[in-house]
Ligand binder design. Sequence first.
Ligand code: SUG
Length: 442
Amino acid sequence: MTAPNIEINIDGMIGPTHHFGGLGVGNIASLASRNQVSSPREAALEGLAKMELVAGMGIPQFYLPPPERPNWCWLESLGFTGDRRDVLRKCFDESPSLLSAAYSSAFMWTANAATVAPSSDTMDSRLHVVPANLCSNLHRGQEAAERRDQLRNMFGSINDAQIHEPLPSVIALRDEGAANHMRHCSRDGKKAIHVFVHGPSEHGPSIEPHPKRFTPRQSELAARRVACLLHLRDEDCVFVQQTAQAIDAGVFHNDVIAMSNGNRMIYHEHAFENSEQGVETIRQRFHAKTGEGFAGICVSESELPLEEAVRTYLFNSQLLSGDSGAMELISPSDCLESPAVSALIQRWVQDENNPIREVRYLSLDQSMKNGGGPACLRLRAMLTVEQLSLLGDRFKVTEKRLARLRSEVMQRYPATLSLNDLARLDFAENAIATAKVMAALT
Ligand code: SUG
C-alpha cells in the first residue's frame, strides 16, 4: 500500500493593520464591530496560538505572511496620487471605508484564499489550486493577485502543482474559495468527492427564494468553473445551494453553517436547499467513490437555532484528524457561552459512534469580531509525502519560527488601533515596515 495523503493547514499571519472596518458583506459580526478599537497585537497572538495548537496535534502547519498595507498601488489605481500624507487625508475625508479597505487585513482568513484539489483527485494527477477572486467585497478583491503570487511562491518547488489565475473579477463569477467547498475523502485520504456550496443561481434554473437582506457571495457559475479548473471528474462533484434563510441570518460562507472532515459532515438543518436530497447525493457519490460509508450529522433548529449557530460560530470550528487518527474540534471560546452548543458538543464527544474525541476552545476574539472563526483562518491542502517534502520549511510553523514571529509581533504590532490612526502617515509607514519584516522571516 502506498503512503496516505497528508493534510496540511495554511493560515494567514494576521497583519499589523487588523481593524474593524465593518466591510464584510452579509457578515453580522463585522457590521456590528464597525469602528470599534481593535488590537492588531492581540489578534496576531491569537492567530499564532491557533497555529501552535494545530502544529502540536501533529498536523503540518504553514503560514503566509501579511501583504503590505496600506496598499498604495490600489489607492493609486483609484486616483489617489501624489504626496502620501495628502493621499491618506484625502481618502479618509472622502471615504473612510475606502481607506479602511486599503488597510484591510482580511487576507488573514485563508479559507477564502483559494480552492484546492490534490493530485489524487484530479484527471491529470496534478495538484490544482484556484485562488479566489473575492470580488463581492470592496476590501477583499485586492487579495486575489497577492494570493496567487504567494501561493505560486509557496508551491513553486512542487512541479506538478498548478496555481491558476483567479476567475475573472465580475459579479457573476464571484468566488470566495474553500470556505464554500468541502472535500470528503476515504480513510487514506486518497479517494474523494468535492462538495461546492453556492448561493441561489442567477444563471439557469435556481431554487427560490432568493435572500432579501444580503447578497450571496458565491455564485453557482463560479463554483462550476472552479470545479472545472480543478480538473475534477463530473461524478466526483456535488453542487449544493445555500438557503436564503441562512444567508439572511448571516451565513455569508458555508463554513459558518457546516463543517467537514474525512467521511463526516456536520451541518445545520437550514444550511442547504433540498437538504435531504443533497445529503443523499453526497452519501451515494461518496460510497461509489470510496466504498466507505458517509456520515452526515444534521443539527436541527430545535437543538441549535440558526441565529445562535451564527453567533457562536460552532460550525466554524476546525474539525481535524490529529496524530492519533481520532477527530478533534477546535472551537471558538464563544461556544462555551451557549448552553445549547455546550450540550451538543458534549453529546458528540460522549457518543461512541461519533469520532470526535476531544474539543479544544480557543479565544479568537479579534478575528471573531470580524466574523472569522478557527476554520476561516486556515486553508487545507492534501499533499503526497513527496510533495510535502518538496514544500520544505520555508513557510512552516516551527517552534523556532513561532518564537520569532511572536517576538516581532510583541515589538512591532500596535496594541490598539482606531480608524483615525489610518489617516496618519507615520502609522502607514510603520505598518509597511512591519509587513516587510514579517515577510523576511519566511
Ligand atoms: O470576508 N471579514 C471576513 C471574514 C471572513 C471569514 N471567512 C470564512 N468564513 N471562511 C469577510 O467577511 C471584515 C473586515 C472588516 O470589516 O474590517 C471581514 O472582511
